[in-house]
Design a binder for this molecule. Structure first.
Ligand code: XIL
Length: 665
């Protein structure tokens, strides 16, 4: 056991500026988001919560900074899984050096929005840093595994409801995959991981998670037999995760039977990574079939006591892994590229016994162009990455007459690059777009940032897709610029070829304030959405333009209110994160609250979570978010914000809740 690893809560008390700002991204700006579907019936999360079921999404830090993602995820899901942030390459990139900045942001988002947290994943064969597979003895390898599980599960102890302790251990025939773990440690690695996870976090339910184990087949039988062997030895195993990365029309007919054979062993079952991919473009018939598939999967789980939740692997087209990993497929999740509900949304609500009301799509944020590189007049500040030659050419162009050509490449990572550090603001989300073309043949083109934090280098992928020679291919993706970088360069490479490469029309954009409330729900349902969904849009579903979770300060509280406030800050000079724990120390429930205080200096709140914050001069008021307005006697809520200042960050001296002064703790 490695007792030296601080737990998450303890660790958060001394977070650094970099980490603090990352944590602040946990729930970027609840302040500007109106409550979703306030008068439009129940959300998917509410339907699920009402029957004690979990409906989850994978979340990535990039997504947390998108107001549109947040708008949907905040209210439609009651569970969240670390999408990439809990994996080995993110959490222990160098041996013994744990980095929880990104995973903490997901955990904080879950806490701030009242969602259950699924940890993903402790032991896997993918997304492993190279050091893990370096040559060493079996005993050393076992220690590497145990230290990692102990460090990561220990950090999140108490916060994670379920851990995918071992991910994808099986071959299709039900034998164990020859990963570095199985090859060096044999089957015992599974038991070692589970045992270490239980020791590090006794409260978390421990899962083995895999794909193609949804129906009764050789692979799921391999899992079934492994679980029985573990149980016979008294090894802690609480659940199995059926990933369910499915193809439209191919839900296994034995899904429910399979779930039942696992729950009969006393296990919890969850559908952990559901998506139903469709060959693009998806037509109405396919979306209707997909809705039936979602209905079947959620229905099968909900029908079995012991199958406690379904998580989809992302919210919508924008955060789906399918288009990148299964080229030619997409449309796999409940929301489309504009965050409009697909027919499958209603199917899932109905499978959980609810009546579907199609939610209004989120307000569309304005786009602000940070910079464009048209390559019309020259290199626009771009140059060579490595020993290749980047030149301005007029022999090929996506727009206009010029582009840049990278030639003489001898390594896949070589290509055109440009420093962009001074263009970006920490904590903001950017969309980076460029157009790539090969001189001949095809190559897997990738647009990335190389980021330097002092001496540590990170390569952050923005977008990857196949580029060809006959036409230009668009590369576009979101980039969340975390604080703390000392250098940052955008670059293009082809990860599998060293042929010549063109780049043109690069733009960096960012989200501005919302330009519009989206059009009414019925108008925004795309023509390809099936009739059954449009029919289910209730006439009252169209959003009034300014639904906001504002709470009248006099609506409750008053003389019966008693409160205590704990206010902590993590300050890095010029900016800070403020965290509140607000406790109802009275004897009656508070229904709706506004916390007020005054900053003596020029502190300005930029982003808030767990509350809607407005500021006028030094006077700040934080009104409850949609999900935390009710605070029963003795209960606490947390809220926080990211702020900037000059001079000194003097602490406010008084806080009032609904007009009543609170005790300071
Ligand atoms: C995927 C992520 O969604 C991608 O962003 C990443 O590049 C690769 O991994 N099974 C799993 C998940 O258990 O962790 C995978 O997630 C999808 C397949």
């Amino acid at each position: 056991m490695n007792d030296a690893r601080p737990r998450r809560r303890a660790r958060r008390a001394r977070i650094t500026g970099v980490l603090a700002a990352t944590v602040a991204l946990a729930a970027a700006s609840a302040a500007v988001l109106p409550a979703l579907a306030a008068s439009a019936g129940q959300t998917l999360a509410q339907v699920a919560t009402a029957r004690g079921f979990h409906i989850g999404t994978a979340a990535e830090v990039n997504s947390l900074a998108s107001s549109q993602w947040r708008y949907v995820a905040d209210t439609q899901f009651n569970s969240v899984t670390m999408g990439n942030e809990g994996k080995w390459d993110a959490t222990e990139p160098a041996q013994g050096q744990f980095d929880f900045a990104a995973a903490d942001a997901i955990a904080d988002y879950a806490a701030a929005t009242g969602k259950r947290l699924r940890g993903h994943t402790l032991v896997w064969h993918n997304q492993l840093p190279a050091w893990v597979s370096a040559e060493r003895t079996a005993e050393q390898q076992r220690q590497v595994l145990i230290d990692h599980v102990t460090g990561v599960a220990g950090h999140f102890a108490g916060d994670v409801a379920q851990w995918d302790v071992v991910n994808e251990p099986f071959n299709e025939d039900g034998t164990l995959r020859s990963s570095v773990w199985y090859t060096r440690l044999g089957e015992d690695y599974v038991a070692d991981a589970l045992t270490a996870a239980r020791a590090a976090d006794p409260a978390a339910k421990l899962f083995i998670n895999d794909y193609n184990v949804e129906g009764v087949n050789a692979k799921s039988t391999g899992l079934y037999n492994l679980v029985q062997r573990l149980q016979a030895r008294g090894i802690p195993i609480d659940g199995v995760g059926l990933q369910a990365h499915l193809i439209v029309g191919q839900v296994p007919s034995t899904l429910r039977q399979n779930i039942e054979r696992f729950t009969a062993l006393g296990l919890t079952v969850e559908i952990t990574e559901l998506d139903v991919r469709i060959p693009l473009p998806a037509d109405t018939a396919e979306l209707t079939q997909q809705a039936a598939d979602y209905r079947a999967v959620v229905g099968a789980c909900a029908a079995v006591t012991g199958c406690t939740g379904v998580t989809t692997w992302g919210v919508g087209e924008v955060d789906s892994w399918i288009p990148e990993f299964f080229p030619g497929y997409g449309a796999a999740l409940l929301f489309d590229e504009q965050w409009r509900a697909r027919p499958a949304y209603s199917a899932v609500v109905e499978a959980l016994g609810g009546t579907a009301t199609v939610p209004a799509p989120p307000p569309v944020p304005s786009r602000e162009t940070v910079v464009t590189y048209p390559f019309e007049a020259g290199l626009d500040g771009w140059g060579s990455r490595g020993a290749e030659t980047t030149t301005h050419v007029t022999t090929a162009a996506h727009g206009g007459t010029g582009s840049v050509l990278s030639s003489g490449r001898t390594e896949t990572w070589q290509g055109p690059t440009r420093p962009v550090l001074d263009l970006l603001t920490p904590g903001k989300l950017y969309t980076v777009t460029g157009w790539a073309r090969t001189a001949s043949g095809s190559g897997n083109a990738r647009l990335s940032m190389q980021r330097q934090n002092g001496t540590a280098t990170r390569y952050e992928n923005i977008s990857a897709t196949t580029a060809i020679s006959t036409t230009w291919t668009r590369l576009t993706g979101d980039y969340l610029f975390l604080p703390g970088a000392t250098a940052l360069s955008l670059y293009l490479e082809t990860t599998d070829t060293t042929g010549d490469l063109y780049l043109d029309d690069v733009t960096i954009e960012t989200e501005g304030p919302p330009v519009s409330q989206s059009a009414s729900v019925s108008a925004s349902v795309s023509p390809s959405v099936s009739a059954s969904v449009s029919a289910s849009v209730s006439p009252s579903a169209s959003r009034s333009p300014s639904v906001s979770p504002s709470v009248s300060p006099s609506s409750s509280g008053g003389s019966g209110t008693a409160c205590a406030v704990r206010y902590t800050t993590n300050d890095w000079g010029g900016g800070f994160v403020g965290d509140f724990t607000l406790t109802n120390t009275g004897t009656t429930t508070v229904n709706g609250w506004t916390l007020r205080w005054t900053f003596a200096g020029d502190q300005r709140v930029n982003q808030a979570w767990g509350a809607t914050v407005t500021q006028s001069g030094g006077a700040v008021s934080a009104a409850n978010a949609a999900w935390n307005g009710t605070v029963t006697a003795g209960a606490s809520v947390t809220l926080g914000f990211l702020a900037g200042y000059t001079g000194t960050n003097a602490r406010p001296t008084a806080f009032t809740l609904n007009g009543t002064t609170c005790a300071l703790t």
